[in-house]
Design a protein around this ligand. Structure first.
Ligand SMILES: Nc1ncnc2c1ncn2[C@@H]1O[C@H](COP(=O)(O)OP(=O)(O)OP(=O)(O)O)[C@@H](O)[C@H]1O
Ligand SMILES: [Mg+2]
Length: 184
């Protein structure tokens, strides 16, 4: 191998590593607990719609259809919109990545007792083996070649700071449901 080729190889490795570092710092920056004053009453429907349209191209590439089923009247929730959008992105991204050969990602928005908003994301992808469920949300836990393993950890922290709940139920080989409950 000549010197120029060797140099190019090193550059490729460095560029790829820098990309990873950038992604990690981006995720970690999100972890700073949101200040009280940044919370505002905002529309989850709009946030979800924005994130969904952002992922349309990626979904199309993998033959994934995002199907939405939203309740008619959804109350605003007290939230930091940009942070909730990060959560929705991470979960939708995971759903698409779990269905490399296509499938449906059903995104539902329900209202319970006029004060809780339930958002669920159901995919019919690979599913998660039962003994791995407890590892979800661990820092750097990933089963993906190019995964970092921060998506769910960051999402759990954000939902916690919103005093909401997030749960994952999954059947290996069948699919996964991620459910988020937010209070008005
Ligand atoms: N919808 C899903 N279907 C199947 N497995 C999932 C799903 N969501 C998460 N997982 C599993 O949980 C692991 C952790 O997810 P997480 O989003 O935290 O990290 P990641 O997707 O691997 O990497 P990244 O930091 O890029 O998000 C994944 O590697 C995958 O094994
Ligand atoms: Mg992820």
């Amino acid at each position: 191998m000549d010197l120029v080729q060797k140099k190019n190889d090193y550059f490729d490795i460095m560029t790829s590593e820098l990309g990873q570092i950038e992604a990690i710092t981006d995720e970690l920056l999100v972890l700073a607990r949101p200040q009280k004053h940044r919370f505002e009453q905002n529309d989850v429907v709009l946030m979800l719609q924005e994130v969904i349209s952002m992922f349309e191209p990626q979904a199309a590439v993998f033959n994934v259809e995002m199907i939405t089923k939203f309740a008619d009247l959804v109350p605003f929730v007290n939230c930091v919109p940009n942070q909730l959008k990060i959560v929705f992105s991470n979960i939708i991204k995971n759903g698409i990545e779990a269905m490399p050969n296509g499938g449906d990602l059903l995104i539902k928005l329900k209202v319970v007792a006029e004060e809780s908003v339930i958002i669920s994301f159901s995919d019919n992808g690979s599913g998660i083996p039962e003994d791995k469920l407890a590892k979800l949300g661990d820092t750097f836990y990933t089963t993906k070649q190019d995964g970092i393993g921060l998506g769910l950890m960051v999402s759990y922290k954000i939902i916690e700071s919103h005093e909401g709940t997030i749960s994952v139920t999954s059947t290996w080989g069948k699919g996964t449901i991620v459910e988020i409950i937010l209070k008005k």
